[in-house]
Design a protein around this ligand. Structure first.
Ligand SMILES: [Zn+2]
Length: 117
């Protein structure tokens, strides 16, 4: 499971998922977990990476459904890339948030594709 760091943000506690994407990929670079919560999380993470790294997408394109509360609220997360070139995401509904590192050069890194054209 991901390392979860509690952060005290103005009095409300949130869980920050700090994830190294390569931990969820096999040696071919595909999603490693075949089923269960880890697979669900890995699918969500790769969708976040594809969304955040596609610099040519219209800003109105919604992010992926939040893996925590999608069933209940159909909420989508906001994605961005921070100053350390980590991908960060945030769910405005359940306040889950995370950081993803080592996503560059995976199949879901769209930044190079759009940069070369
Ligand atoms: Zn959520």
């Amino acid at each position: 499971m991901p390392e979860a760091l509690p952060s005290n943000d103005g009095g409300r506690f949130t869980i920050v998922y700090v994830i190294d994407l390569t931990h969820y990929l096999d040696e071919k670079g595909m999603i490693a977990p075949q089923k269960g919560p880890a697979r669900k999380l890995a699918s969500f993470l790769t969708a976040v990476v594809a969304h955040a790294s596609d610099f040519e997408r219209p800003s109105s394109t919604p992010g992926p459904f939040c893996f925590k509360c999608r069933k209940r609220d159909q909420s989508v997360v906001d994605t961005a890339i921070d100053a350390q070139w980590r991908i960060v995401w945030f769910c405005p509904v359940c306040h889950a948030e995370g950081q993803i590192s080592n996503w560059e050069h995976t199949f879901w890194d769209l930044s190079e594709v759009s940069g070369e054209s």
